[in-house]
Write a protein that binds this ligand. Structure first.
Ligand SMILES: [Zn+2]
Ligand SMILES: [Zn+2]
Length: 329
């Protein structure tokens, strides 16, 4: 197999030939059809997340076909298309796992962070954490659903029944969740970097009721806001934009420090909450919703060995929607 390997954080990935991995008990091996590039991959590569298992192959938005089964895999078959997400394994016995909060497991394994991911031609996964996917359609278009869509879905659930919803950072997650939220009858207010007219036009094309810079005021206060951009200064900005009793959801795994702000921004039962990882139930619920709805992902594809360019383009905001890596077929 071939993979893009991170040996040391802060250095580029290296394209390498590696021994074909052999699936262990309960594991599957997939031939990767496509793997999305998530901002979390950027945080891993840049060394912004603690203790990655190095060397590591990043990538946790994997769409692939099963090409080998380890002993004891019952429900999945060779040739079947599956999605492999960020949540790679949980312990099943910690207080979080036994209370339907496996996303907060004390001993989790994460794809592309503490076990090898999908920036490769092949990947191994625990079969219980892989999601069966539609057998048809473009793998590249499906890939961003596996994290941008899934974590976006979880963050949207924290916005509860908000009718007017702000989305800060109109990238991979927001462009999917805007479509989901509209389908649910919500109104979307899209915030981009000040002056990013292209991203604002993109949001309006996807049905946002309003789009503007994160420093701009919406015509009416919001019921809730979700922050996808890793910029701590958006927290007080979002608090100022939500009405009494409103919620600000921080959906990223990493954010720059939040500047201090006056208590009156939080007063009147406004809430700030973060969203961490996903549960398998989130995946099942979201993929079922997505299968019944027309969600169109906007993607920019790169050959696998161009992963460093895809990461650099993501860092610089050089494309709309999501980047997806395609291994050689
Ligand atoms: Zn656990
Ligand atoms: Zn992700």
């Amino acid at each position: 197999m071939f993979g893009m390997v991170l040996h040391k954080t802060g250095t580029p990935l290296v394209f390498e030939e590696l021994p074909d991995p052999v699936p262990g008990p309960g594991e599957i091996r997939v031939r990767v059809e496509a793997c999305g590039v998530c901002r979390t991959d950027l945080h891993v590569v840049d060394g912004e997340l603690p203790d990655p298992k190095l060397p590591i192959i990043p990538g946790h938005e994997i769409v692939g076909r099963i090409d080998a089964l380890g002993p004891g895999v019952g429900d999945l078959k060779a040739g079947e298309r599956v999605g492999i997400p960020w949540l790679g394994w949980t312990c099943g016995v910690c207080p979080y796992c036994v209370s339907h909060r496996e996303n907060l497991c004390d001993r989790p394994v994460f794809t592309g962070y503490t076990r090898n991911g999908g920036f490769a031609t092949h990947a191994i996964a625990d079969a219980r954490y892989a999601f069966p996917l539609s057998q048809e359609g473009s793998a590249a278009a499906l890939a961003p659903l596996l994290c941008a869509g899934l974590i976006g879905w979880r963050s949207l659930n924290f916005a509860a029944n908000a009718k007017t919803l702000g989305l800060y950072g109109f990238g991979a997650a927001a462009h999917i969740i805007a479509q989901v939220a509209r389908e649910q009858g919500r109104q979307i207010y899209a915030f981009t970097r000040p002056g990013d007219k292209a991203a604002q036009a993109f949001a309006l094309r996807l049905g946002a009721a309003w789009a503007g810079g994160s420093n701009e005021k919406t015509p009416e206060p919001l019921d809730a806001a979700i922050i996808y951009a890793p910029a701590g200064e958006l927290v007080p900005a979002a608090l100022a934009a939500v009405r009494k009793g409103g919620t600000v959801v921080c959906a990223g795994i990493h954010m720059s420090d939040i500047p201090s702000f006056p208590y009156r921004l939080l007063w009147q039962e406004r809430q700030i909450v973060s969203v961490a990882n996903l549960t398998r139930q989130d995946g099942i619920d979201f993929l079922a919703f997505a299968a019944g709805t027309k969600i169109e992902t906007q993607i920019k594809t790169y050959p696998l060995d161009q992963a460093n360019i895809a990461l650099a383009d993501l860092r610089a905001g050089r494309f709309e929607g999501a980047a997806v890596l395609l291994p050689p077929s």
